[in-house]
Design a protein around this ligand. Structure first.
Ligand code: C2E
Ligand code: MG
Ligand code: MG
Ligand code: MG
Length: 298
C-alpha cells in the first residue's frame, strides 16, 4: 500500500524512479475511479444541495440561502465539494452538474416562495468553466422551468476565477445581468482584483472571505481589511456579505461596520432542504439587541 511504498522509497533514497512511477499510476487510477464515480453520481441522483441561510444585519431575518453541493457517496459517505469540484472542472462534468444545481436550487427557491415563506433569494456557485459553456442559456432555462423571477437568483463567482479571464468573462456577465440575475464576487480579498475591473464588471455583491472574518475579534488588521472592503463595496453601490461568521463578537464588529448580510455557523450551518424549510417556518432571526441601532429606530 501507499504508506509502505512511501517508507521504502524514503529508505531507498531520493532517486527512486520506479517508486514515483508507481505512485503516479496509483494516483491516475484513483482519479479515473473518481471520475467514473462522478459520472455515475450525476445519473443516479447521488448529488444533493444543502442550503445555508443569509441573514440581514438590518432586520435580522433570513433574506435568502446559498445552495452548496454535496455528494452522498454510497461508500464514502458525504463528500465535500472541495474534494470533487476540481475534478468536475477538469473533466468538464461541471457543466451538466452545474446545470443541475441551477435547476434544483431555482426550483427550491420557487417552492419556498409559493409556500409563502418569503421573497427569498437563492445563490448558486458558478465555476469559471461554466461561463464559456452556454451559462446564459442554462440560467434562462432554469428560471423558465422553475418559474423563479430572475431577480431572486444570484450567481457567485470567486474573485480568482473572475480575474483569471477578466476580459473574456465580462461580456457573459453583462448578458447574465441582462436576464435580471445578480452577480456576487465570492471569497473577495483572496484574489487579486484590479479596481478597474471592479468598476467594469456588472456586480451586485462582494462576499468578504472567511479568512478575514475568522480573526476579526483578535486582529485589528482584519478589522481594517473588513472595513476597507465594506467601504469599497458601498462606494461602488454593492452590497456586502460576510461569510464564515461563527461568533457573536465577529457579528458585532461586522454590524458596527455596516456589513449588510452575514452568513456562517453562528446563525446556521448549511442545512438539508427539510431543515432549511423548518427554519423558515420558525421565522428564526438574529437576536434583536445585536442589530444595528439605526435599523431599530428606522
Ligand atoms: P463558498 O462558496 O465560499 O462556500 C462557503 C463554504 O464555507 C461552504 O463550504 C460552507 O459550508 C462553509 N462555511 C459556511 N459558513 C461557515 C463557517 O461559519 N465556518 C466555516 N469554517 N465554514 C463555513 P462547502 O459547502 O464545503 O463548499 C466549499 C466550496 O465549494 C464553496 O465555497 C464553493 O466554492 C464550492 N462549491 C460548493 N457548491 C458548489 C457548486 O454547486 N458549484 C460550484 N462550482 N462550486 C461549489
Ligand atoms: Mg459561495
Ligand atoms: Mg465564499
Ligand atoms: Mg470560501
Amino acid at each position: 500500500n501507499a504508506d509502505t511504498a512511501m517508507y521504502r522509497a524514503k529508505e531507498a533514497g531520493r532517486n527512486n524512479f520506479q517508486f514515483f512511477t508507481a505512485e503516479m499510476n496509483a494516483n491516475a487510477m484513483e482519479m479515473m475511479k473518481l471520475e467514473r464515480d462522478l459520472r455515475y453520481a450525476l445519473d443516479n441522483e447521488e448529488f444533493l444541495l444543502y442550503y445555508q441561510p443569509k441573514v440581514s444585519c438590518r432586520t435580522g431575518r433570513i433574506v435568502g440561502f446559498e445552495a452548496l453541493l454535496r455528494w452522498q457517496h454510497p461508500l464514502r459517505g458525504m463528500v465535500s465539494p472541495l474534494e470533487f469540484i476540481p475534478l468536475l472542472e477538469e473533466t468538464g462534468l461541471i457543466v451538466p452538474v452545474g446545470a443541475w444545481v441551477l435547476h434544483t436550487a431555482s426550483a427550491q427557491a420557487r417552492t419556498w416562495q409559493e409556500a409563502g415563506l418569503g421573497k427569498l433569494n437563492i445563490a448558486v456557485n458558478v465555476s469559471g468553466k461554466q461561463v464559456g459553456q452556454h451559462l446564459c442559456a442554462t440560467v434562462r432555462e432554469a428560471l423558465a422551468a422553475s418559474g423563479l423571477p430572475a431577480e431572486h437568483l444570484e450567481l457567485e463567482l470567486t474573485e480568482s476565477q473572475l480575474m483569471k479571464d477578466a476580459e473574456g468573462i465580462i461580456s457573459t456577465l453583462r448578458q447574465l445581468k441582462a436576464t435580471g440575475v445578480s452577480i456576487s464576487v465570492d471569497d473577495f480579498g483572496t484574489g487579486y482584483s484590479s479596481l478597474a475591473y471592479l468598476k467594469r464588471f456588472p456586480l451586485d455583491t462582494l462576499k468578504i472571505d472567511r479568512a478575514f472574518v475568522r480573526d476579526l475579534a483578535a486582529d485589528a488588521n482584519d478589522v481594517s481589511i473588513a472595513k476597507a472592503i465594506i467601504t469599497l463595496a458601498h462606494s461602488f453601490n454593492l452590497k456586502v456579505v460576510a461569510e464564515g461568521v461563527e461568533t457573536e463578537d465577529q457579528l458585532s464588529l461586522l454590524i458596527a461596520n455596516q456589513c449588510d448580510i452575514i452568513q456562517g455557523y453562528y446563525f446556521s450551518k448549511p442545512l438539508p432542504t427539510t431543515e432549511a424549510t423548518a427554519m423558515l417556518q420558525q421565522s428564526r432571526c438574529l437576536p434583536a439587541h445585536l442589530l444595528c441601532q439605526q435599523a431599530l429606530s428606522a
